[in-house]
Design a protein around this ligand. Structure first.
Ligand code: CFM
Length: 529
């Protein structure tokens, strides 16, 4: 029996039937493989997923430094989405940086019984008085949706009263099946009220960076390289981002997409509304960074830019060559398992390849089928009740700002050379026999680690310590365990150094988990129901 069979064998028939669709072994050859994704977790299974509010407020909106984002809900929700993600930000032009703050209505039991609208009005008032932000956003948590506080009416009222945009997001935690629904809600709000609402006109070689959240300073490193190549970065969505910059998003000639999962809706809507093409990039990994820079230069087709890009790649590669080579000698032939949200389990495989590390298992928490299989799916993604629960908006071309850079012929020709308006997905880049798991749960994590014995397990705070107590080194790919940046050429060296330090720390060999010497309880998972 292969690893998939051995792990899933412990489930009862009903759980097995569900989970077998979410686990794949990469087959030889290029035939497309289908995986089940973006569906509900089976009740009782210990998932690693987050909630809709986390995706909307925590992931997409919170990094916008000049917007005061108020959490309408119990304090735990605000706290959780405040300190746990390392989306770094520096004060903007106006000297403001709200990323450092946690603004919450701190709902109590009495507010849930009698309604929380009064408290929200008061919170907006205090926010204006204390911080005077140019824009305010309000995000709902579960109880708000359950008791029916009308945050949209309050936002509209406050907008009049305080004479500034106040946006409301109905991103109650329970909406959808994971944080992914929250990304979509945040994307919708930004396109409706913020993106491209400014008055600027197109700028040569200007780009927007989409789906880059400046974790551990990644965005700053990417920005440095892009500026060196000669690009003008209009806005970053949303790491160290600014709503004022996003208002000028229509002035960019190209949108580049780092994290497809969290922001593909905006990429598509900007294309429809302003005619701006997007390409999928990956600045994680030195080779990947070089490839992405070349793809971007090819999009513009400007010889000067192409030459400058080659110079920058040569210069940056030269600078890191000795370090990369040293870490490669230390890491070549090691194996890794990765389990992250909706894009990093793919991107980091490419960085691991720079060091000769093989990925033997990769999983996503909340990706959709297109993140695994590519956007050109062999069959349509079926809509279910949960996906219909998230509003899907359609936009139309802006009468004044719509502009196509390429002719249809140029577009088609370029599409054969670069990932233009598309993303090929993670599975394509994986080796034969590698295991791909959607919504990898606690039980499967432990079992796969025991069976596959990777040298390192890249994951997050929820499973890191379980893995390490079992003797497998683990590093967090969400927060980088307080290190980073890991993006770009120099980031690749940081990563190589951190992984080398971890793997060559003998501590993991001293750990003897109980299951190695004492019989532990054995049973079927899930019971009969
Ligand atoms: Fe995109 Fe992200 Fe990710 Fe994501 Fe996230 Fe994150 Fe992530 Mo943690 S936006 S999908 S919801 S790359 S917070 S910066 S690391 S799970 S793989």
């Amino acid at each position: 029996m292969d690893a998939k069979g051995r792990v899933l064998d412990k489930y009862n028939a009903r759980v097995y039937k569900n989970r077998k669709e979410h686990v794949l072994v990469k087959a030889t050859g290029d035939q497309p493989q289908v995986i089940a994704a973006n569906t509900r977790v089976i009740p009782g299974i210990m998932t690693h997923r987050g909630c809709c509010y986390a995706g909307c407020k925590g992931v997409v909106l919170a990094p916008i430094k000049d917007v005061a984002v108020i959490t309408h809900g119990p304090i735990g929700c605000g706290f959780y989405s405040w300190g746990t993600r390392r989306n770094k930000a520096r004060p903007g032009e106006d000297g403001k940086n709200f990323v450092e703050y946690c603004l919450s209505t701190d709902m109590q039991e009495a507010d849930i019984v009698f309604g929380g609208e009064k408290k929200l009005r008061q919170a907006i008032k205090e926010t204006v008085e204390i911080f005077d932000p140019g824009m305010i956003m309000v995000c709902s948590t579960c109880p708000v949706g359950l008791i029916g506080d009308d945050i949209h009416a309050i936002a509209a009222e406050a907008e009049e009263l305080y004479n500034r945009p106040v946006m409301a997001f109905s991103c109650e935690g329970y909406k959808g099946v994971s944080q992914s629904g929250g990304h979509h809600i945040a994307n919708n709000g930004l396109i409706k009220r913020v993106l491209g609402t400014g008055s600027g006109t197109r700028i040569k070689h200007a780009i927007n960076i989409l789906g880059e959240y400046n974790i551990g300073g990644d965005g700053w490193e990417i920005g440095r390289i892009l500026k060196k190549c000669g690009y003008h970065v209009v806005s970053v969505m949303t790491g160290d981002g600014s709503y004022k910059e996003m208002q000028e998003a229509h002035t960019a000639e190209l949108n580049i997409v780092q994290c497809h999962r969290s922001i593909n809706y905006i990429a598509e809507m900007l294309k429809t509304k302003f005619g701006t093409d997007w390409i999928k990039v990956n600045f994680v990994g030195a080779e990947s960074t070089a490839q992405s820079l070349r793809d971007m230069a090819l999009y513009f087709g400007d010889q000067e830019l192409i030459d400058r890009t080659e110079e920058v790649i040569a210069e940056e590669m030269e600078e890191v060559a000795a370090d990369m080579e040293y870490y490669r000698t230390r890491l070549k032939g090691k194996t890794a398992a990765l389990y992250v949200g909706g894009s990093r389990a793919h991107h980091y495989q490419l960085l691991l390849q720079d060091f000769g590390i093989d990925t033997i298992l990769a999983g996503y928490e909340f990706a959709h089928r297109d993140d695994y299989e590519g956007r050109d799916l062999t069959e349509e993604i079926k809509e279910d009740a949960d996906s219909k629960n998230i509003e899907s908006i359609t936009v139309s071309p802006d009468p004044d700002k719509y502009h196509l850079r390429l002719t249809p012929e140029q577009f088609e020709e370029l599409k054969t050379k670069i990932p233009l308006d598309t993303y090929p997905g993670m599975i394509r880049d994986m080796k034969d026999g590698a295991v791909i798991v959607d919504d990898l749960n606690h039980f499967e994590t432990e079992e796969f680690l025991k069976l596959l014995k990777p040298d390192i397990f890249f994951s997050g705070i929820k499973d890191k310590y379980v893995a390490q107590k079992g003797g497998t080194l683990s590093r967090q790919l969400h927060s980088y365990d307080y290190s980073g940046p890991y993006a770009g050429f120099k980031g690749a060296v940081n990563f190589g150094r951190d992984v080398t330090m971890g793997i060559y720390t003998p501590a993991w060999g001293f750990v003897t988990p109980p299951w190695k010497h004492t019989p532990t309880l054995v049973g079927t998972y899930g019971g009969d129901f």
